[in-house]
Design a protein around this ligand. Structure first.
Ligand code: 2RA
Length: 330
């Protein structure tokens, strides 16, 4: 089976290769794809060397599956070309997520929606994935009326340029800016671009993608997305208003029994999720689970996950694994 990784030299692309190897994905040929400037570079994968190719060459090679992490423009232009030669595309950009005829998939939640006819599949935004891994079981059991989400997002979500900016600022060196302001010793309430409604695209991704993945337009999500000088993962403070009453111990048990979730919630011994411990892991960590004493049927959660893994590469590879298994791609 031939697998293309489009954006193979980028931050998420590199983690995709790592996850494919870790999970011993049943590929027989890797097609690393990157921009013209990287064409010809060699990538080592499972002790074999593969030459980076450009997009047109990769399409001619007719991969069975193509994992994309190359930005929305590239995905809009090239995912249909791969699909036209029979390649199933799993795309990490926001390009296809809200298209009515494209599926937006977190395998633990809605992989069942996929059919043989799905050739372009959207991977949700990293902050959406970790949020919904925790919200889905709660919504199924109690119904969620509203979620108020504050995110504390890793600079790795922006990419190498942002990590370099922090490094330079820490070392008091000049360099290219990924953000409009210094990120060292700062918190920037501006992820992606501002929209006419004064929210950012990143904040509206949480609002819109949640409704689509849960299949329930009634779930109200309002968010504030903040960038902080952290590299291990995204954190989210979430306030939930439920449609029904709940016992805290039952809700904690529900989360702890949910595949992919790890409950870390023993404040009495300073045990709660943090990016320094989530980094490199595929689980979504949930803690600080407590009732909201200001209103009925409401609670607060703290959710942390590695945005490059479950938030991007691992979720993408899990979708590819599902495709192989469900549609017998050999
Ligand atoms: C960010 N969610 O963290 C974006 C990356 N896709 O900037």
């Amino acid at each position: 089976m031939k697998i293309a990784v489009v954006g193979a030299t980028g931050m998420v692309g590199q983690v995709m290769l790592q996850v494919l190897a870790e999970r011993n994905f049943p590929l027989t040929e890797l097609i690393p794809v990157a921009s013209k400037k990287s064409v010809g570079k060699e990538i080592e994968f499972q002790s074999k060397k593969y030459k980076v190719v450009d997009l047109a060459t990769a399409v001619e090679m007719k991969p069975d599956i193509a994992l994309f992490s190359a930005g929305g423009e590239t995905s809009l232009a090239w995912a249909p070309k791969f699909a036209a030669v029979g390649t199933r595309v799993v795309d990490n950009s926001s390009a296809w997520r809200m298209h009515a005829d494209k599926k937006l998939i977190i395998p633990e939640i809605n992989a069942y929606e996929l059919t043989q006819d799905d050739y372009i599949i959207a991977n949700p935004n990293c902050s959406t994935i970790q949020l919904l891994m925790a919200l889905h079981p709660i919504h199924k059991t109690y119904g969620i009326k509203r979620a108020i989400v504050s995110t504390y997002q890793s600079i790795t979500g922006t990419g190498v340029k942002a990590v370099q900016q922090l490094e330079n600022e820490f070392r008091k060196l000049e360099g290219e800016m990924a953000y409009p302001y210094p990120i060292h010793k700062n918190a920037i309430p501006h992820c992606d671009v501002f929209l006419d409604n004064d929210y950012t695209k990143e904040e509206m991704k949480l609002t819109n993608e949640t409704k689509k993945i849960l299949g329930d337009e009634s779930v109200q999500v309002v968010a504030t997305a903040v960038r902080i000088p952290v590299v291990g993962g995204h954190s989210e403070a979430v306030n939930l208003e439920l449609n029904s009453s709940f016992e805290l111990k039952d809700l904690k048990k529900l989360l702890s029994e949910t595949p992919g979730i790890v409950v870390q919630d023993q404040p009495e011994v300073n045990q709660y999720p943090m990016p320094i411990y989530a980094e490199g892991r595929d689980e979504v960590f949930v803690g600080r689970i407590r009732e909201d004493f200001t209103r009925e049927n409401a609670l607060n959660l703290w959710i942390v996950a590695d945005n490059l893994r479950k938030g991007a590469a691992t979720n993408t590879v899990q979708i590819a694994e599902y495709l192989v298994h469900r549609f017998k791609i050999a």
